[in-house]
Each structure stands twice: as structure tokens, then as C-alpha cells.
Design a binder for this molecule. Structure first.
Ligand code: NAD
Length: 392
């Protein structure tokens, strides 16, 4: 299969879809790889490193896409500065692989179908054992959880570890992690390694064991008859009553926290608002909240997505793309996930989409002439209907 790796054009994106390490493995498996010049530079990978790994370097995006069968990206195609949309450069019939996030951009999904390409959205990878090696949500959440703690540590006007020095004893920091999924667990492990005392909270009772295995202290909420998890193991949204109980439990813990890492998410919904203005007001001077859920609105009422603000003497960071801030290792992990997916897409060398396959059924959001992602199809239908009504 002829695979192209493009330079990321989404502002602020520093990762690259394939690294030289995976390029070498894919070329050994008889794939042909073309990399757009400078594609890996912001992740620390030079054109020379790709050449050594067996890739050809293309002078620009048009040359990189010549006759390609598969385009690997991190972010979805965007409009370039010269006005051309990356989508318009894709050869019809090719496959696009990336974090395409159909829910946040239904129009682009329609464009894949209209352009006559297959679109594979890695963020929709099912959480099944067979797909673990392709799970970009987990690999990138691991980076986000780690980096969130690093950000907090560098903004905090206090130490993380217990220190016993000639200048006296410094008590360890208290870190409160909300949401103990992949990012939350990595945040717990990282904060523990730095010597903090860590408390963690999740609505899924199964999270208790994971938190305790990392030597965190689990804070629980009695959910009564509420089912915490859906069939896929994801958290379910809480009703108003449970949400306000949860907010008051969290507020109680926040009073003693130096750092809060907020990661709570419910797939397909805005992030639950768990930290109120009042709870932030009661926090200690100089405390730090890193709200990883900012991309979906944030867990804290005062989070400004994409910004760091100070409210009531508390620093509140709402980063939107933490993996991009650690571009080398996040690209390494992403690239290995992609290589595993490419092996699934083209086990005998040529790409083949079997929509009866449980992975392809979830990941393939568009094929030539047809949007396959059901939620997007519904949204596009509603948009078309209301446009027609407005015209009438
Ligand atoms: P996520 O990013 O969807 O959410 C982060 C965490 O927030 C989750 O632990 C969730 O329970 C929690 N949360 C949601 N609402 C909350 C609330 N109101 N209060 C507190 N916490 C709340 O989670 P994720 O990292 O994608 O993990 C979700 C599930 O998938 C977990 O059970 C995880 O173990 C599982 N998982 C399975 C696989 C696999 O089988 N391959 C891979 C990764 C994760």
C-alpha cells in the first residue's frame, strides 16, 4: 500500500502521524511511504531520519499525496493558508486515517463522502482486547495525565514531596484527581512518583481497585440505585440530585487540596460540571487546577478552554491538546497505534474495508458517496432540513 504522511496543519499541533521507527517497520512489510518535508520536525524527527527508515521525502503536500492509497494524519484535514482545503487534494478512493472527531465537525465527514474517500476515525476505536494496540484514546490520555501533573507541579508555589531539611520539614502536597480513567490513573501514578499524597474520585466503583493499586486513596460516592457504567465500561451521566451530591463531596476535598487534576468525561456529552465557583473560592491560596476535560467544556465552572486563568487566587488551566506539548513520545505511541491499524486495514498489503468487522464498523465514518457514522448522518440531515425550511 502506498502511504503518505502529511505535516499537521491544525494550529498548535506538533505531533506527527508516523515516526521513523514505524516507517521502518512498515517499509519492511512492503508498504511504500512518502513523507511531506518537515512533517516530523516539531516532534524531533528530521527528513533524514525518515529517509534512513526507508521513506521518500516529498517537497510539498501535493507531491506527498500523488497516487496515494492511504493518508496518515493526527488531526483531521483543514483549510490551508493558501485557501486550498487538504480534502480537495486527496485522490478519490484513498483512505484517510487520523483523529477525525466526527462529533465536533460533521461537515468534514460529509466532505470525505463527497470527495470519494474512506475516512477512519481512530478516536472511535472500540475498547476491546483485540483493538488495544490501536487505541489512540488510551495512548494519548496517558500523555495527557502525565503532562497535567507536570504542568501543575511547575505552577504550584509549593513542593510536591515531603522534605526534611535543616530549614525545617515541608509537608507533601495533596493532589485530588477527579475521574480515574486512563488519564486519571496516569496522573495518580505521576503525582505519587513526585511524592504527593493522592486522593482520587470516580463514579465507577471498579475504579477503586485501580486507584488503590497505585497507592492512591479512593473517595467514593454512594450512587444508590444509579448504574455507574454502561455496557462498554464507560461512565454514565448523573442526574441533577447525584451531581449536586458529588459537587459537595468534591468541594469538601478541594479545601485541603494543593492540586486538582480533573479528567471526568462521559462519551458523547459535555464534561460534567463538578467543581463550582464556590468550591474554588474555598481552596487554598496558590492551589492549581488542571482541567483536562476542557476540550469538552471542562469539569470546573471557571475553566476557560485553551487558557490559564487565576480565579480566587487559584490557577486554573484548561489545556486543549496536552499530547501535542510532549510531541515526541505522544507521536511514538500514536504511530505504533496507527501501524497496528494499518496492519488491520491491509493485512495482505492492499487496503480492504470489511464493514462487518467490529473494528471497521466503529472506525470507518465515511466511504465514497456515503457517510457511515450514524450520529453525523442524523446531524447532517437536520442541518439540511433546517436549511431547506429557511429557504422555503
Ligand atoms: P473517559 O476519558 O471517558 O473518562 C474519564 C473518567 O471520568 C472515567 O473513569 C469516568 O468513569 C470518569 N467520570 C465520568 N463522569 C464522572 C463523574 N461525574 N465523576 C467522576 N468521574 C467521572 O475514560 P477512559 O479513560 O476512556 O476510560 C473509560 C473506561 O474504559 C474505563 O473503564 C477504562 O478502564 C476502560 N478502558 C478500556 C480499554 C480496553 O479495554 N481496551 C482501554 C482503555 C480504557
Amino acid at each position: 500500500m502506498k502511504i503518505s504522511v502529511l505535516k499537521e496543519m491544525m494550529p498548535g499541533e506538533r505531533r506527527v502521524g508516523l515516526t521513523p521507527e514505524t516507517v521502518a517497520k512498515l517499509t519492511k512489510a512492503a508498504h511504500t511511504i512518502t513523507v511531506e518535508t518537515h512533517a516530523g520536525e516539531s516532534a524531533g524527527y528530521s527528513d533524514d531520519a525518515y529517509r534512513t527508515a526507508g521513506a521518500t521525502i516529498a517537497a510539498d503536500v501535493t507531491a506527498a499525496l500523488q497516487d496515494t492509497q492511504c493518508v496518515v494524519k493526527v488531526q483531521r484535514p483543514v483549510r490551508l493558508e493558501n485557501g486550498t482545503h487538504e480534502m480537495d487534494l486527496l485522490p478519490p478512493g484513498c483512505h484517510v486515517v487520523g483523529v477525525l472527531r466526527p462529533a465536533s465537525d460533521p461537515e468534514t465527514v460529509g466532505m470525505y463522502a463527497a470527495r470519494g474517500v474512506y475516512a477512519h476515525s481512530m478516536d472511535l476505536m472500540p475498547r476491546i482486547t483485540r483493538a488495544q494496540a490501536m487505541d489512540v484514546n488510551s495512548s494519548q490520555a496517558t500523555v495527557a495525565g502525565y503532562k497535567a501533573v507536570m504542568l501543575a507541579a511547575s505552577s504550584l508555589p509549593r513542593f510536591f514531596p515531603l522534605l526534611m531539611t535543616a530549614a525545617g520539614t515541608i509537608r507533601p502536597a495533596t493532589v485530588f484527581v477527579i475521574g480515574a480513567g486512563v488519564a486519571g490513573l496516569q496522573a495518580i501514578a505521576t503525582a505519587r512518583r513526585l511524592g504527593a499524597v493522592v486522593y482520587a474520585f470516580d463514579t465507577r466503583p471498579a475504579a477503586k481497585e485501580h486507584v488503590e493499586s497505585l497507592r492512591g486513596k479512593f473517595v467514593s460516592l454512594d450512587l444508590g440505585s444509579h448504574e455507574a457504567e454502561d455496557a462498554g465500561g464507560y461512565a454514565k451521566a448523573l442526574g441533577e440530585d447525584l451531581l449536586s451530591r458529588e459537587q459537595s463531596i468534591i468541594a469538601k476535598h478541594l479545601k485541603d487540596a494543593d492540586v486538582v487534576i480533573a479528567t471526568a468525561q462521559v462519551p458523547g456529552r459535555p464534561a460534567p460540571r463538578l467543581i463550582t465557583d464556590e468550591a474554588v473560592f474555598a481552596m487554598k491560596w496558590g492551589s492549581v487546577i488542571v482541567d483536562i476535560a476542557a476540550e469538552n467544556g471542562g469539569n470546573c465552572e471557571l475553566t476557560v478552554p485553551g487558557k490559564t486563568v487565576v480565579r480566587h487566587d487559584v490557577t486554573i488551566a484548561g489545556p486543549l491538546n496536552l499530547p501535542s506539548e510532549m510531541p515526541q513520545h505522544s507521536s511514538d505511541m500514536y504511530s505504533r497505534n496507527i501501524a497496528a491499524f494499518l496492519q488491520h486495514l491491509a493485512p495482505e498489503g492492499e487496503p480492504k474495508v470489511d464493514l462487518a468487522d467490529v473494528i471497521m464498523k466503529d472506525v470507518c465514518i465515511a466511504k465514497p458517496g456515503e457517510v457511515l457514522h450514524e450520529a453525523t448522518r442524523e446531524r447532517l440531515k437536520v442541518q439540511t432540513q433546517s436549511a431547506a425550511e429557511n429557504q422555503a
